[in-house]
Design a protein around this ligand. Structure first.
Ligand code: PGA
Length: 255
């Protein structure tokens, strides 16, 4: 829908050194400079400032972090605060990615603390939610997703919700090559928007971009993007190659 921006976000996870990252963006920038979608790159902390500097003249590329600490500063060895990420060049941050939730036991309460830190630090949050295969088999996907959304977004003001992006990523589709059908993904996105509406109001919920993630490739990108409640994509594996990622960025065509 035209009043929501289309966002194609790449999540590099633990891939690319600084020099590899610079090669990638050098190749990507001219390929996506005229795209109608907004390109978001969630890069490792170590690449943030180099990538941010390299893309500063490409208007539709934003650079962000994949995580931040839930604490503002202090004795938290190995952690990175929102202020550190922001000053290193991040404009946005991924929160509650399923790999953080499962491998690092991040609860929705922790995601919520990080969300408030992100808002305090003027980092745009992309909050991720999604059910596991067991939960889906048991018919519990709506219950799980609603709980994750409500707990992760607790006490987010309407004003800050205006900057929120929500990503639905079924855990069973991430990095597995399996994916939800566009119709299935649309149904869940529609449900997510209804939950957002019940938290704030219709106008606020209608403005929040909803991204789909989980084994997105060029072959399924366009069909996903034609669904009315799918406003963009969160792409892992297929975001690592500049040429193929740029084709996914161009899979969105203005109506
Ligand atoms: P994938 O990852 O595209 O490799 O499935 C998506 C993600 O983890 O955000």
């Amino acid at each position: 829908m035209s009043f929501r921006p289309t966002v194609i976000a790449g999540n590099w996870k633990m891939h690319k050194t600084i020099s590899e990252a610079l090669l990638f963006v050098h190749e990507l920038a001219p390929l996506v400079g005229d795209a109608s979608a907004q390109v978001y790159l969630a890069v490792p902390f170590t690449c943030l400032s180099a990538v941010a500097e390299e893309v500063c003249e490409t208007k539709n590329i934003k650079v962000g972090a994949q995580n931040i600490s839930s604490h503002p500063e202090g004795a938290w060895t190995g952690e990175i605060s929102e202020r550190m990420a922001k000053e290193a060049g991040a404009n946005f941050v991924l929160l509650g990615h399923s790999e953080r939730r499962s491998h690092y036991h991040e609860s929705s309460q922790t995601v919520n603390e990080k969300l408030h830190r992100a808002c305090d630090g003027y980092l745009q949050p992309i909050v991720c939610v999604g059910e596991t295969w067991e939960e889906r088999k048991a018919g519990r996907e709506h219950e799980i997703i609603e709980k994750q959304i409500r707990e992760s977004l607790l006490d987010l003001s309407r004003e800050n919700a205006a900057h929120l992006i929500l990503a639905y990523e079924p855990v069973w589709a991430i990095g597995t090559g399996k994916n939800a059908t566009p119709e299935d993904a649309q149904a869940i996105h529609h449900f997510c928007r209804a939950v957002l509406e019940s938290i704030w109001d219709r106008e606020t919920a209608q403005k929040i971009p909803l991204l789909y993630g989980g084994s997105v490739k060029l072959e399924n990108a366009s069909l996903l993007l034609t669904q009315p409640d799918i406003d963009g994509l969160l792409v892992g594996g297929a975001s690592l190659n500049a040429n193929s990622f740029s084709q996914i960025v161009h899979a969105h065509v203005n109506p």
